[in-house]
Design a protein around this ligand. Sequence first.
Ligand code: ADP
Length: 496
Amino acid sequence: MPYLLSIDQGTTSSRAIVYDESGQAIDSAQKEFTQHFPKSGWVEHDAVEIWKSVLSTCHEAIKKAGITAKDIIAIGITNQRETVVVWDRATGMPIHRAIVWQDRRTSEFIENLRESGHEEMIQKKTGLLLDAYFSASKISWILKETGRLNDAKDGKLAAGTIDAWLSYKLSNGKSFVTDVTNASRTMLMDLHSGEWDDDLLTLFNIPRALLPDIVSSSGQLGKADAQHFGAEIPICGIIGDQQSALFGQLCTEPGLVKCTYGTGCFMLMTIGETPVLSGSRLLTTAAWKIGNAPIHYAIEGSVFVGGAAIQWLRDGLKIIRTAPEVNDLAAQVEDSGGVVLVPAFTGLGAPYWDSSARGSILGLTRGTTAAHIARATLEGIAYQVTDLLGAMEADSGRHISTMRVDGGACASDLLMQMQADLLGAKVERPKNIETTALGATFMAGLGSGMWESIGQLQKIREVDQIFKPAIKVKDRSARLKIWRKAIRRARNWESK
Ligand code: ADP
């Protein structure tokens, strides 16, 4: 029986999962790796440790599944996006620790670009908002810090996101590629052509010779050398993690939306083959490219604090011992008793983009209990997601009737029901909420020819539960009005 091996290289751990022909996960392995915080606002990973964690989890998953490399038709890779590695082509070793997407060290450089009036040009070309989050300023920083700009120009160095690093290592340096979804997060790719853009390379002072070739997300993308697993295995899928979850949810038609409820919440909507720019400060991004077919695009928005608000109830307030306990506590009361919690602990993301906002609990009375706060916390997550979907509806001019969900916190039935109520739309939870790894598996399965069409994948996706709105339209409007009032109070809190 043929198998697929999916590599899910995340921000805190690496996972490898073996899937069979019917799209079922057979066995998996997971390994955490070290987070380095050398200064406030700096986050780094050791790219060699990441590579070793990937290799060892692959070996473990293959062993657990009782198969050999010969049984594996293809590898699919999905990865944390934007994080960059710069390495020496001669030695295959990084010249600096990887700078992680969360890292803020290049904020000042980005502010200078904004002040010099480059934001509009950048948004038009890349679909991204000017921010230190994306890869370009991080690569520039490493070249400057290490004094290796000339080596980069001479083609002695290589730079890329984690997918490029892993496919380089897996192929023993024979493939130096990045897929279009990862490339679209670097701030160096023209979203329309799917090619590196010379003006952007000049702006960030990044030589073209440093960068990988941009390839499809699905197809014959490289080969893992026989040295690693005992036989050569083709790499047939490469896709960034959020896009992978979008495809894993089979949001393949324009207007289909998924929201991942993890530490933060990430929402993506497929918009088709034309990259429409957002008027609501959302991002436009490449969603996938299968073989020679055109690039498909998505709009994306994120909530900084999602499940993390539940972690705060556990670790900060200590009113619950485990995350799932939030549901029992919140269920002790009928409603939040007028309490509104805005989880703006680290500011507000799309569509507000207010870094000076801070978390607030409003409407407290002598009757407020921990249960009300727990309920208001869940509602605070659902309200933020509602704002995001509203922005997507405004951008796309579509009314969204169903949202697909995944991520750890979507296990909460209470949260999902609140979400359906506040959205006035259905919330659909699949049986397999491991959609990130599944997307890369789909890419690898399609790219290797194991599966022939997207239609065939529909059979693999099974729905667990659909939550339908159960409140009146006027109640929803009243609640959203109170939420907007609370948002106004939470904004502009920290003085700049
Ligand atoms: P990440 O990938 O960002 O680490 P996960 O997808 O693993 O996040 O989701 C973890 C989050 O989900 C945590 O923030 C936790 O608070 C929340 N969570 C996990 N289980 C539940 C549950 N049963 N009910 C509500 N929240 C939950």
